[in-house]
Ligand binder design. Structure first.
Ligand SMILES: C[S@@+](CC[C@H](N)C(=O)[O-])C[C@H]1O[C@@H](n2cnc3c(N)ncnc32)[C@H](O)[C@@H]1O
Length: 410
């Protein structure tokens, strides 16, 4: 069986929202065949009949296709942002955090290590961690990891949270105690009743595997799971999905963090229990924040004229109001009036990205980088977009450029 039988395609969509194209139909077809052989069944129909009546087999089939790869301090910038949020928020009610999906535990344990190393005590926060895979959860419970879990160098600063043995690196008891592990499915509406609401939700590298319908349900669940003013962290390649769905980018550079739309308070920032906010948010980060957070080359740092600054703020307002056509028209007028400019191309890219036109977005980010090779945010967006389009080689080249840039900045 090289292509996947429609019944199985529907099974995965219905059970876990998975678009089998995201992992490859061949991989899924082979997994089904393996399970059929394991059950010593003569045909795919016989295997389907078993699946219809056996929950344990359903779980086994799901286990055989989910991708549970993870590592410590994946997208290290998110953890730097988390540290900042936790310190700003300190002194209020204990911070409630959720890692969903948590896979084999590297993500929730990285959260705990970050908060302990920021100086928080065990009573100041709690971490719930959920995944649909029992197998991944038992690895999380064991909490012993091999070299692959250490591929991000950011983990080096947190090595004191491990006991290194011949069998692998064991997460310390103190860190493990801080995490509650649950088996669960993001798409199950009962989930939020079971788990409550959170100030910070990490939901990274799940949305990319979901079909459009499941993704919408997942985004709605993320809003439900978020406390007022709560933050949702996603993977960089998933950021444009949130932007398109009305989530607002949080002013935390390079972190792919968003305020859940339905939980965004209209009035002044809440004192508690939400995450404290210092400034009004915008769906697309403000030009002033971009400058402060993402240092560009000297040439890019110099605003051409006060009018550009002012005009880019107008572009931003239009983009935030989802008046994409008007925002793009304004960008084009600015290019004509002021000449080619990296910031304007960057904004055009962001707007094309937000409306789902990836190829135009790529084109504009490239132009921004041609004019300003160190434009950090254009590099980040283009890397995320390349990854989302399956161009991993291009994504790694761009991330390498970002790494070089941050290492030369000390
Ligand atoms: C690639 S891992 C992501 C782990 C971690 N968040 C990270 O970014 O490193 C994806 C995980 O999603 C889990 N998963 C897939 N569908 C799910 C669903 N509907 N609900 C909860 N977890 C799910 C899989 O079991 C797998 O462990």
């Amino acid at each position: 069986m090289s292509e996947v039988d429609a019944r199985f395609d529907a099974f995965f969509r219905h059970r876990i929202g998975m678009d089998i194209g995201s992992v490859g139909p061949k991989v899924v077809a082979m997994a089904i065949e393996r399970r059929q052989r394991w059950q010593r069944l003569p045909s795919i129909d016989a295997y389907w009949a078993l699946l219809e009546q056996d929950d344990a087999e359903c779980q086994a089939l799901i286990e055989s296709v989910v991708v549970s790869e993870s590592w410590f301090y994946r997208y290290a910038e998110s953890f730097a942002a988390l540290r900042r949020v936790a310190l700003e928020r300190r002194g209020g009610a204990p911070l409630r955090l959720l890692s969903l999906p948590c896979a084999s535990g590297e993500e929730p344990y990285s959260i705990v290590m970050t908060l302990f190393d920021a100086g928080l005590g065990p009573a100041e926060f709690s971490v719930d961690a959920v995944d649909v895979s029992d197998r991944a959860l038992s690895r999380a419970r064991e909490a012993r990891y091999g070299p692959h879990a250490f591929r991000d160098s950011a983990v080096k600063a947190h090595q004191h949270h491990f006991l290194f043995t011949e069998e692998g690196a064991q997460v310390t008891e103190r860190v493990r105690r801080q995490v509650r592990l649950f088996q669960g499915n993001l798409l199950e509406p009962a989930q939020s009743q079971v788990l409550g609401v959170y100030d910070v939700v990490f939901c990274r590298n799940l949305l990319i595997y979901l079909d459009a319908q499941a993704r919408n349900r997942a985004l709605a669940m993320l809003s439900e799971l978020s406390a007022p003013g709560g933050l949702v962290f996603v993977a960089p390649s998933e950021a444009c999905l949130l932007l398109r769905s009305g989530f607002r980018a949080a002013p935390l550079p390079q972190s792919s963090a968003f305020f859940a739309s339905s939980t965004q308070p209209a009035g002044p920032p809440p004192s508690s229990p939400g995450v404290r906010r210092e400034r009004p948010q915008s769906k697309v980060r403000r030009a002033s924040e971009r400058r402060a957070s993402a240092p560009l080359t000297k040439r890019c740092l110099q605003p051409k004229a006060p009018s550009l600054e002012h005009e880019l703020a107008r572009v931003e307002r239009l983009a935030n109001a989802r008046c994409f056509d008007e925002a793009l028209t304004l960008c084009r007028q600015l290019q004509t009036r002021l000449g080619p400019d990296a910031s304007i191309y960057y904004w055009q890219g962001l707007i094309h990205d937000a409306r789902g036109d990836a190829s135009r977005a790529v084109d504009d980010y490239r132009k921004a980088l041609y004019l300003c090779p160190d434009h950090v945010e254009a590099l980040m967006q283009l890397a995320a977009l390349s990854e989302a389009r399956g161009d991993d080689a291009q994504a790694s080249r761009l991330r390498y450029r970002l790494q070089l840039k941050s290492s030369t900045q000390g």
